[in-house]
Each structure stands twice: as structure tokens, then as C-alpha cells.
Design a protein around this ligand. Structure first.
Ligand code: FEO
Ligand code: CA
Ligand code: CA
Length: 666
């Protein structure tokens, strides 16, 4: 996600680019001892541009620092001719290599739930109609096959991350009340809430090989920002989870800002709630300043303009404490977002469950790694400047023969935060209440308190502040984890974010991909080895070292910037999707956003797809046989999928096939 959602592109700052870990925005008491020690020690000296190249030398891919432990994977076949960057600012299509086809498959406004009306490009649809249609801003997604015909029949589950001004034909309406407060029409906010969430769509390949969306279908379903969901795990029922509407702290309405995702071995979908902080307001500035549940995550102090003042139309989003109301009104409502939401797509009657054992964060995704003996771990990053990477390790093991045993596997376990050492090793530090740094004296009252304030817990234990961690992918052959670190212009500028080996470039505009291997490839390990897979950016001119300009990268092959979506297909090809601000001069060479394919052994990168101007490419899934792929074009900045220059742009799932019916990428 990058767009300012309910304002025009030119006006606003990138919503998820906001650095809320900036020292000026944080009480000193919250800056961790370990981060302070980091600054006092050697690393602080490196927080300058001049010092960066010396540090970089120690971690450049191919420098042999770690004895190359990451290349024992089979080499996947990559056989297509790359597409060029798309430099035309009016570029309004999706381009794929010769021999492939890309066609729009599922767009914002398309009917989902039985009884839905078609999308109205002119007058628009009302909120009740939107509740039955596809939401906006398609993001993470997954194809769940039916066992009897896995490559021909399945359920496509698609996140709808947020909303654009295009939701309303004339844009959002904002007026002022007698006191000069900004207010919104209720029905507009209801429509915005209905355009969030998730779509579940039954899909099938017909006898001629064409994919279709089934409508009506008993499986088709929408979840929105108002769908009732159960809260489970250690924070369920905690005082900090109670509101005037839910005195038990166990049921919440809706899910917000669903970005990347995860899948469990037992066939459920995991929603990751990302920038939920952008929907709430606390207008009591003194309370905001002392309430870490609010300020440490960046909830607005005062009216919330991000999504145009939902709090004026729906009191649930006004988190200002109300001492005269039960449980302070909705002061705790923001505590009920930022979790992992487990959804069973095959049971349309099932209630989604927010699993609090994962901890509360601005969560980009939730990627599972599975050991053959059933041990599991789930990786997540927080896509904000200078935030951390985490893993959740369930206490129990996955048992394929006992589905009931897996039902609540995600309610008990341990969350760890990653620490990256300069020597290419790393450790996972457990965020467990009562351990040093996380005691009552340290300001943590219980494990629920640790989980609700996971960022503060990670600060206390010295989690490494990263360059905006986005998606995590796990190599199916080696179990190595890969993470995209999309960019971070504060790196080396903010004293809390000095350059380091894992985040080696100051004012990092282009991002990097880092990979790690758990000790003994054990998902439960607390030690790992890591290295940088590549630094994104332009290639240096011939004869010059990439170190001469910190905008240069180390890509072997086709260049790109700002890696975000990341996925291994079943044959071990690594698919990389980008999210940079095309039109910004620093990205002039990159054209529009794109998807590329990398070989994890040779690190060769080839550009497979370019998207319409102004879009982000995100979300990728396919059939088990690899002959069908779906990707998402999010928030195109131009008429798409219609190229008529008039129709409002629509986020769209795109279907990709190979003309000869072969495996995508070969
Ligand atoms: Fe929603 Fe961090 O991308
Ligand atoms: Ca992004
Ligand atoms: Ca993302």
C-alpha cells in the first residue's frame, strides 16, 4: 500500500511511509536501552553516509562471508524473454512476455455475494450494493484448490486493503459542523467500510480451458470492516480489549487494511491487518501522549484525515477516552485490530477468528514454514520505517490426521523478534512476559499487555529496526525465509535507525531482499544465518562500482525498485512484485510497477510483467500445477481495466496463462 487513499495523489504523503518510530515522536522512556546502547557503541559511528560503504563491503552478496549456505536449492527453470520497463506515463495495460496472456479477471465492484448488482461506472453503487460486490485495492490472495480437481476448481480469496477517492463518483464529501469539526455523510463511510475486507470467489476452468468466476455460488462471501469476528488467544477478554459495545472483549466488528496474508497447512486463510492505525482518532492529546497502545502505533492525535474522519460518522472509530461510558467508550477499539484473522474459506457459515497469540502490530503478512514433523512457525514484518521482523511459533504441531487438533493451534505459542548481527548471524528473542525487560517494573502487566504492545516489547528487547519489512516468502525446498525491505528514507538520518549490515544504505529509496536460514532448518530455532539476496536499484555505469552511489543496486539482470510482494511457486521460482511511486524522479529508470522472477541460486532476475501507470503490483497465487497464475493490479492511476480514458480505475485481479498451456515462468 502506498497511496493516500481518500485524497488526490498529488496532495498527500504516503500513508504507510509515515515514520512513527521517529525519535521526535516518541517519549524518551520508550526508546529501548538496547537501541541506545547500539548508538553508544560502534554502530552509531556509522550513521553517516561516508561510513556506509565500508559496512556494505562486509555484506555484499557473493562476498563469501557466510560460506553460501543458501544455494543448495534445485534451480528452477526460467525460460521467458523479459519485458522492457514501461516508460509511457499513459501506459494503461498489463504487459507479459511473448507466449503469455494476461486478462482482467476480477475487478472492484464485480458481483460476489448472491443477489449482487453489477458495478455502476457512472452513478456508482450504494453501500448495501458494495457489501455484495468486490471491495477495492486487491492485495494478498490465495487459491485454495478443491481436492478432486485441484488445477481446475478452487476458491480464490482476495484481500481488499483500503479505499481510494474513486470509490465515490465525485470523490468523498467532507463538510464542517457548527463547531468547525470535519464531518462525513454516514452512507459514504458505510460504503468505505464495505469496500474493505476480503472476497471469497469460487473459480473453475471450463472444458475449453477458460477460467470463470462462478456466480451464484454457495462459497462466495464478503468480509468487511463490520463483519462480526471472534477474538481468541491470550488477549481475548483482557480489560484492554473491552469496549462499551463488547464488555467481554471477545467479539469485534470487522477487519481493516488487509495487506499480505498467510495460509495454514490445514487450509485456512490468514488475514494480516496492516495500517489499521489510520482509521482511529484520539482527540485527548494528553491521553494520546501517555497511551502507548495509541501513540506507539501512530493513531491520530486529533481528527483523523487519513480516511476522512470516519470518527465523525461512526463513533467506534473515535478512540478518545469517555470516562462516563462503560470501558471508556471506544478507547480500546484500536486494540482489537492488528491481529491475524483466521478464515475458513470452505465453510461460508464460519465466523472469522482474530488470533491474539500472534501479537498486535502493523502486520504486513503471515507466512508459514512447516517442518516435515509438523513443527510450524509464522513470519511477519511491520512495514513502517525502523520496525521489526517477528515470528510466531505455535506450541503444538500440525497433525494432518487430526483436523480438530489444529483448530486452535494458533491460540498458544511464543512470539519472537529478530535481531540481525553484523557477522551474518541472527537471533530470535522471545517476547514473553516476566522475562528480563518485560516485567511489571518494565511497564508490562501481563502477557496480554505484551501482545497488545508488541512494538514496545520489541523495543525493550532490542529488535533490529528494519527498512520497512513487507512480504516474507519461504523456499519450498530449503525452508529459507526471504523478506522484502521495501525502502526507508530515514535510514542513516534518524539516529534510531543507523545503517547496519542488514539495512546498509542510507536514505534507502530502492530497498533490498534479505534471506535467512534457521539453525538446523528448524522453525523453532532461536538462531539463524542471514545474508542480503540483492540490493534493488539501478546498475552502476560500466567501470564504476555500485558503492559509488547509494542508489545503485546489485541486481543481476533486470532492474527494479521497492520490492514488496514476494512468493515462491511450487517449483522454486521466486516472484518479486514492486511498489514504488512511479513518476518520482528517483524511479525514472524503472517505468511502472512490475513483477519479476528470480532464481534463488544464481540470483538472476528477469522482468515478467509491467502494470498500468500509477498502480502497485501485489498479490500472487496459482494452481498447484503452475499453469495458471493470478496477480493483482492495485489502485491503477489510469483507466484500467477499461482503456477508455473515462472509466474510473479499478483494482483488478489479473489471470495469467501460457499460450501452450505450460508452466508460468518456464
Ligand atoms: Fe500494504 Fe506494506 O503494504
Ligand atoms: Ca509497499
Ligand atoms: Ca505490501
Amino acid at each position: 500500500m502506498k497511496q493516500p487513499v481518500m485524497t488526490q495523489r498529488a496532495e498527500a504523503a504516503d500513508v504507510d511511509d509515515i515514520c512513527i518510530n521517529a525519535s521526535g515522536n516518541r517519549p524518551l522512556s520508550e526508546v529501548s536501552r538496547s537501541r541506545r546502547n547500539l548508538l553508544k557503541g560502534g554502530l552509531g559511528l556509522l550513521a553517516t553516509h561516508l561510513a556506509a560503504p565500508a559496512l556494505l563491503t562486509a555484506c555484499v552478496p557473493g562476498m563469501g562471508r557466510h560460506g553460501a549456505p543458501f544455494t543448495d536449492s534445485p534451480r528452477p527453470a526460467i525460460g521467458f524473454t523479459p519485458v522492457p520497463v514501461a516508460q509511457d506515463p499513459d501506459y494503461d495495460r498489463v504487459d507479459v512476455p511473448e507466449g503469455y496472456a494476461a486478462e482482467p479477471f476480477f475487478s472492484w465492484g464485480d458481483p460476489v455475494v448472491n443477489g449482487a448488482t453489477p458495478w455502476d461506472s457512472g452513478a456508482g453503487n450504494d453501500w448495501l450494493e458494495q457489501e455484495r460486490q468486490s471491495g477495492q485495492n486487491h492485495d494478498g490472495m490465495h487459491y485454495f484448490p478443491f481436492p478432486d480437481a485441484p488445477n481446475e476448481h478452487g476458491l480464490l480469496v482476495i484481500n481488499h486493503e483500503y479505499i481510494n477517492a474513486t470509490l465515490h463518483p465525485e470523490g468523498p464529501t467532507v463538510t464542517e459542523d457548527a463547531q468547525g469539526r470535519k464531518i462525513r455523510p454516514k452512507d459514504e463511510v458505510r460504503k468505505e467500510q464495505a469496500a474493505h475486507g476480503l472476497s471469497i470467489v469460487e473459480v473453475r476452468r471450463d472444458p475449453w480451458g477458460h477460467w470463470e468466476r462462478l456466480y451464484p455460488s454457495q462459497y462466495n462471501r464478503r468480509l468487511t470492516a463490520t463483519t462480526p469476528m471472534r477474538i481468541s488467544g491470550p488477549a481475548a477478554g483482557a480489560d484492554a480489549m473491552k469496549t462499551r459495545d463488547d464488555p467481554t472483549g471477545t467479539e469485534v466488528l470487522g477487519t481493516l487494511n488487509n495487506c499480505a496474508m498467510g495460509v495454514t497447512p490445514w487450509g485456512t486463510y490468514l488475514i494480516a491487518e496492516e495500517n489499521w492505525k489510520n482509521y482511529f482518532a484520539n482527540s485527548d492529546l494528553d491521553d494520546h501522549a501517555q497511551r502507548r497502545e495509541h501513540h506507539r502505533f501512530g493513531i491520530a492525535a486529533g481528527p483523523n484525515s487519513h480516511y476522512n474522519y470516519w470518527e465523525s460518522a461512526d463513533p467506534r472509530f473515535d478512540a478518545t477516552p469517555k470516562p462516563d461510558q462503560p470501558h471508556g467508550g471506544y478507547v480500546n477499539e484500536p486494540n482489537r485490530f492488528g491481529w491475524v484473522v483466521e478464515v475458513d474459506p470452505f465453510d461460508p457459515q464460519s465466523q472469522p477468528v482474530k488470533r491474539t497469540a500472534f501479537g498486535r502490530m502493523v502486520r504486513e503478512g503471515c507466512t508459514c514454514v512447516q517442518h516435515p514433523d509438523g513443527r510450524l512457525a509464522f513470519y511477519s514484518g511491520e512495514d513502517s520505517r525502523g520496525e521489526c521482523i517477528y515470528k510466531f511459533v505455535p506450541e503444538g504441531r500440525f497433525d494432518p490426521d487430526d483436523p480438530r487438533a489444529n483448530r486452535d493451534l494458533l491460540d498458544r505459542g511464543t512470539v519472537y523478534v529478530a535481531v540481525y548481527h553484523e557477522d551474518g548471524t541472527g537471533e530470535w528473542r522471545p517476547l514473553v512476559w516476566g522475562e528480563p525487560g518485560l516485567t511489571e517494573a518494565d511497564g508490562f502487566a501481563s502477557q496480554a499487555d505484551v501482545l497488545i504492545n508488541l512494538r514496545s516489547a520489541a523495543d525493550a528487547l532490542g529488535g533490529t529496526p528494519m527498512d520497512r519489512p513487507e512480504w516474507v516468502a519461504v523456499n519450498p525446498f530449503t525452508r529459507d525465509g526471504y523478506v522484502t525491505l521495501t525502502n526507508n528514507v530515514d535510514r542513516g538520518v534518524d539516529p534510531d535507525q543507523p545503517v547496519d549490515a542488514a539495512n546498509p544504505r542510507p536514505e534507502n529509496h530502492h530497498g533490498q531482499i534479505l534471506r535467512w536460514r534457521e539453525r538446523d532448518r528448524d522453525p523453532h530455532a532461536t538462531r539463524f544465518e542471514w545474508e542480503l539476496f540483492l540490493l534493488a536499484g539501478e546498475q552502476p555505469p560500466a567501470g564504476e562500482s555500485w558503492k559509488t552511489d547509494h542508489q545503485y543496486g546489485t541486481i543481476e539482470g533486470d532492474i527494479f525498485a521497492c520490492p514488496d510482494g514476494l512468493w515462491f511457486d511450487p517449483e522454486g521460482r521466486l516472484w518479486i512484485q514492486t511498489d514504488f511511486s512511479d513518476g518520482k524522479s528517483v524511479y525514472d529508470a524503472m517505468g511502472t510497477n512490475q513483477m519479476l522472477c528470480a532464481d534463488p541460486v544464481t540470483r538472476e532476475v528477469r522482468r515478467f510483467l509491467t502494470g498500468p501507470s500509477g498502480c502497485e503490483i501485489t498479490g500472487v497465487t496459482g494452481t498447484p500445477d503452475g499453469t495458471t497464475l493470478w496477480i493483482n493490479v492495485q489502485h491503477p492511476g489510469i483507466s484500467y481495466p477499461a482503456s477508455d480514458g473515462k472509466t474510473r480505475p479499478r483494482s483488478t485481479t489479473v489471470l495469467i496463462t501460457k499460450d501452450d498451456g505450460g508452466v508460468i515462468g518456464t
